[in-house]
Design a protein. Structure first.
Length: 190
């Protein structure tokens, strides 16, 4: 009887250990999905705000057509890419952020536009959303770090591999130009 209890314990302990690790892996994977969902929500808010911003700027800066068309095109591509993987979507969203920065730089040349309350409210909302996107990206990258660490660490890697847990990709800046500091000369950003 005592041998049977020892054998049962030797079988049950590794099984309990595997279940605990499996549940930790599932929790980390869900945190990563939650993190991406947070980014996605903020990107959707930004995407919804862009048409109002473009329309407001268009009223004042009708001859800045190229920049406005670029922002509009990138917004359209961002809406279409909502189901894309994180890496491809991140690259597109980074391009859209750059186009919006160009739009704000153009707006600096129009004092009437800068004084327009609608424009100021839209700009403030967009700045707030950009801050929220940055926080969501940090949360997502932290969740990815925790998941990837658990997948790579021993002994949890013994459970992760057979159950199909895969490492997630970080939300990173792909463009070297996005990593460089802008040059400011006589009030112009280049």
């Amino acid at each position: 009887m005592q041998n049977l209890v020892i054998i049962a314990a030797l079988v049950a302990l590794p099984l309990i250990w595997a279940v605990l690790i499996y549940n930790r892996l599932v929790a980390r994977r869900q945190q990563t999905k939650e993190g991406w969902s947070g980014i996605d929500v903020q990107l959707k808010r930004r995407t919804n705000l862009i048409p109002n911003l473009v329309e407001t700027v268009q009223t004042y800066a009708s001859h800045e057509r190229d920049i406005l068309e670029s922002v509009t095109e990138l917004r359209h591509r961002a809406v279409v890419a909502e189901g894309e993987p994180a890496g491809a979507r991140a690259n597109l969203e980074d391009q859209l952020s750059g186009a919006l920065m160009n739009l704000f730089a153009v707006a600096e040349n129009y004092p009437d536009l800068k004084a327009n309350q609608n424009y100021l409210a839209l700009q403030e909302s967009l700045n707030e959303i950009e801050d929220q996107i940055q926080m969501a990206r940090r949360y997502y990258n932290g969740a990815v770090r925790n998941l990837n660490t658990l997948i790579d660490s021993f002994p949890s890697n013994l459970v992760a591999g057979p159950f199909g847990f895969r490492k997630a990709n970080y939300y990173e800046v792909d463009s070297a130009a996005d990593r460089t500091l802008p040059k400011v000369s006589q009030g112009k950003v280049t």
